[in-house]
Design a protein around this ligand. Structure first.
Ligand SMILES: [Zn+2]
Length: 279
C-alpha cells in the first residue's frame, strides 16, 4: 500500500493531525516539531499523544515525520544560533521518545561564508552531541537545493556528514524531489542515473522518506520553490514514476506542495490512483 501524507499543522495536537490525515485520505503525515520560524514549542500533552497512538493503530497510520524548524541551523557562524540548534534538536528528540519508531527530519543548514567543510564539521558535532545509543527515532538529513550557502545540495556532502556521526546507524536521508531537481539532479529524465548516484555515494539503505513536490524552477536553478504536482518543471508523470520505482515505492511520501487541505486530498487521491500495488 502506498504510504502517502502531507504536511499538517500541529496546532491542535497529535490526535487532531491523525484525524485530519484520515479525513483527507492520507495514512501518514508530516508536522513541525516546533514553530518553524521562531522555535517555540507547544506544551507536551502526554494524554493527547496516548490518544493519538491508539487512533493511529486503529486507522493504520504508518511512520510519521517530524520536521525541525527552519530556524535550526547547526552550522551557523553565530555560536548562539548553533547553541539553539543543539538544544532544540535534543529536546525535540527527547519528545519523540513518546512516539517511538518515527522519523525526524532537518535541513543540514547554511554555513554562511564559513565554507562547506566547516559547515559539515559543525553539523557533525551537533549530531554527536544530541544522538544517544538507545533512542527510538531515525534522524534524517534532507537533500537541499544548494541555495545560497546551504549544505546538503550534493550527495557527497550528506555522505561526509554521515561519515562523521558516531551513531550513524540512527541516521538516514529524506529525498526532496524539488530540492534535488533544483540542485541539478535530473529526476524528470534520468531517474535511474540519479538513484544509482545516490546509491553509490550515500547508499539506498539510508533513504527513509521522500518529500514529493514539483518545482517552480528549472533543473539546476538552486532555488527551492515547491509547486503543486503537475504544475511545475518536474511534472506529474515523472513524480508518479518515482512513486512507483521499485527502490522507492515502499517509502513514505510526504507532500509539501502549496495546497490547502482540499488540494492535498485531491493530490493524494490522484497519486493513489496511479500507484501500482505489488502483485
Ligand atoms: Zn524540509
Amino acid at each position: 500500500m502506498l504510504k502517502i501524507g502531507c504536511h499538517l499543522s500541529i496546532s491542535k495536537g497529535y490526535l487532531a493531525m491523525g484525524e485530519e490525515a484520515v479525513r483527507i485520505g492520507a495514512n501518514t503525515f508530516q508536522f513541525f516539531s516546533r514553530n518553524p520560524r521562531g522555535g517555540n514549542v507547544r506544551a507536551l500533552d502526554i494524554e493527547d499523544i496516548r490518544r493519538y497512538l491508539d487512533y493511529a493503530k486503529e486507522h493504520e497510520i504508518s511512520v510519521i515525520l517530524a520536521h525541525a524548524p527552519y530556524t535550526l541551523n547547526g552550522c551557523s557562524a553565530e555560536e548562539k544560533t548553533r547553541g539553539f540548534a543543539v538544544r532544540a534538536m535534543k529536546e525535540d528528540l527527547e519528545r519523540m521518545e513518546y512516539l517511538p519508531g518515527n522519523l525526524y527530519n532537518f535541513h543540514p543548514g547554511s554555513h554562511v561564508k564559513q565554507g562547506t567543510e566547516t559547515g559539515i564539521q559543525y553539523i557533525v558535532e551537533m549530531l554527536n552531541t544530541v544522538l544517544w545509543p538507545d533512542m527510538h527515532t531515525t534522524v534524517l538529513l534532507e537533500t537541499m537545493a544548494g541555495k545560497g550557502s546551504e549544505v546538503g545540495g550534493r550527495f557527497e556532502e550528506l555522505r561526509a556528514i554521515l561519515d562523521g556521526v558516531k551513531l550513524s546507524e540512527k541516521m538516514g536521508v529524506c529525498l526532496d524531489t524539488c530540492h534535488v531537481f533544483d540542485g541539478g539532479y535530473d529526476i524528470a529524465h534520468s531517474l535511474d542515473a540519479v538513484l544509482d548516484e545516490f546509491d553509490r555515494i550515500i547508499g539506498m539503505d539510508r533513504l527513509k522518506a521522500v518529500h514529493l513536490n514539483d518545482s517552480k524552477n528549472v533543473l539546476g536553478s538552486r532555488k527551492d520553490r515547491h509547486a503543486k504536482i503537475g504544475e511545475g518543471n518536474i511534472g506529474a508523470e515523472a513524480l508518479v514514476r518515482m512513486m512507483n520505482h521499485p527502490d522507492l515505492k515502499k517509502l513514505p511520501f510526504y507532500l509539501e506542495t502549496p495546497n490547502d487541505l482540499d488540494g492535498y486530498a485531491a493530490e493524494i487521491k490522484m497519486l493513489c490512483g496511479h500507484y501500482q500495488e505489488e502483485m
